[in-house]
Design a protein around this ligand. Sequence first.
Ligand SMILES: *[C@@H]1O[C@H](CO)[C@@H](O)[C@H](O)[C@H]1NC(C)=O
Ligand SMILES: *[C@@H]1O[C@H](CO)[C@@H](O)[C@H](O)[C@H]1NC(C)=O
Ligand SMILES: *[C@@H]1O[C@H](CO)[C@@H](O)[C@H](O)[C@H]1NC(C)=O
Ligand SMILES: *[C@@H]1O[C@H](CO)[C@@H](O)[C@H](O)[C@H]1NC(C)=O
Ligand SMILES: *[C@@H]1O[C@H](CO)[C@@H](O)[C@H](O)[C@H]1NC(C)=O
Ligand SMILES: *[C@@H]1O[C@H](CO)[C@@H](O)[C@H](O)[C@H]1NC(C)=O
Ligand SMILES: *[C@@H]1O[C@H](CO)[C@@H](O)[C@H](O)[C@H]1NC(C)=O
Length: 382
Amino acid sequence: MMKVMISSIGIGLLLSLTIHNVCGSLYDPHVFPDTGPFFEGWYLRINDYDNEGSVGLLFGHVLPETSKNTTRSLVIASLLVRQCENASCKLLSYDGTYAISQLRVTVDGKPVTNDPDYESPSRFRWEVNSPSGGGYFDQTCDKTLFSFRIEDLVFRGEIGRPEPWSMSGKGPEGWLSALPLPLHWFVYSLRSELVSYMLVNVTSGTVIRGVNGSVHMEKNWGQSFPAQWIWSEGVQPENNASFALSGGLVALPIFSVNAYLIGYRNPKKNISLDFRPDDSIVNTDINGCNGTVIVTTKGVLHEVEFSLEASPNTFSDCLLGPESMGFRPACVESYDARATVRVFVRNYIPWQYTLIDQQTFHGIALEFGGLHVCNNKCNVKV
Ligand SMILES: *[C@@H]1O[C@H](CO)[C@@H](O)[C@H](O)[C@H]1NC(C)=O
Ligand SMILES: *[C@@H]1O[C@H](CO)[C@@H](O)[C@H](O)[C@H]1NC(C)=O
Ligand SMILES: *[C@@H]1O[C@H](CO)[C@@H](O)[C@H](O)[C@H]1NC(C)=O
Ligand SMILES: *[C@@H]1O[C@H](CO)[C@@H](O)[C@H](O)[C@H]1NC(C)=O
Ligand SMILES: *[C@@H]1O[C@H](CO)[C@@H](O)[C@H](O)[C@H]1NC(C)=O
Ligand SMILES: *[C@@H]1O[C@H](CO)[C@@H](O)[C@H](O)[C@H]1NC(C)=O
Ligand SMILES: *[C@@H]1O[C@H](CO)[C@@H](O)[C@H](O)[C@H]1NC(C)=O
């Protein structure tokens, strides 16, 4: 009898963990405040293992600083596509801009009336319609459908089961996401299953399709992107190791600090490490002109070293980022970066670090934002 009860509790736990593992989530939209600035934006990147290709999609909207007039776009959807010539690829962005009246954001088919929480399954739709195109992103737990037409490109697809950042529904910020920070970052999935996608040029008829790959899915919300930041994420197809990291200058009421959020996973070695400002010390060496970043993070038990690099000619021109007056050119990004990640465990007696994992990643995303862009090319003012 006792045994039966215990095992049914065990099954209940297992079930609830499984449910969290499948959906959960801050991925749903937030309620916009009455007065700006406030924005929310989503991002996904497909890693196509068979074509060794990658396509990105970002969309979002800004409620600008109240009492000021703005001429900037407030609603955008952008496709990020690699254009390759002579074995050298550069990332290009195709942007759709829309009026607020052309945007519809719903949760479960209704207007957004509550902020998302850690546990409820995500179920939202973000949609824009304009005479020249538009599209939608429809997200329900472990099924995502999207279709956008921007200029002469159509990008549509289906994404399956996510690989969440954590089973608790929390993202890289952990409990910090509850603080009123000026900017938030949530990773919904480090490598969702790619069911299928297609990218069509309706003018030329060129079609790229893929059915084998993974999809990184995340979002940001808050007042504005910071004055400077870096961001990177990648998956290793051979063993499913993955990472995502983001860091920048966070303006707090009295001072600004560079804060980093970092996650590394290697399921084959049962390694799952998160680092946040409240539990780790980070050192960085960032060079936007060389396209290089070194991030070393020390936690209580582990040290992880990320060495990221992309050829300067693979970076996009300035991409749009959300700021307090609307979207403006803000950052550059490459989908052709490489990373080497080394994981050390700290022994206290004797005092030493032991290398327990080393992985190399190819075709990862790397972004330099704001003042980290080479020569402040996107002309970000502090
Ligand atoms: C914003 O623009 C409107 C219409 O052009 C004008 O009446 C108003 O004074 C402007 N407000 C500010 C703060 O510039
Ligand atoms: C690619 O190679 C061809 C032939 O060698 C050359 O004509 C062309 O200019 C090259 N394109 C770029 C972008 O380097
Ligand atoms: C689509 O194809 C047309 C015709 O080849 C070309 O002119 C255009 O640049 C292509 N569009 C994109 C976004 O690549
Ligand atoms: C998908 O890609 C991975 C990584 O390249 C490969 O190992 C796997 O065999 C592919 N799966 C299929 C069904 O082709
Ligand atoms: C990677 O993960 C996916 C889904 O989580 C799984 O289907 C696939 O077999 C895994 N690949 C490897 C190499 O373990
Ligand atoms: C994996 O790691 C977690 C946390 O370190 C541990 O609780 C768990 O027992 C490990 N699982 C296996 C199969 O080693
Ligand atoms: C950047 O690249 C130049 C030229 O390759 C090199 O001399 C310099 O040391 C690099 N700087 C950093 C910080 O890596």
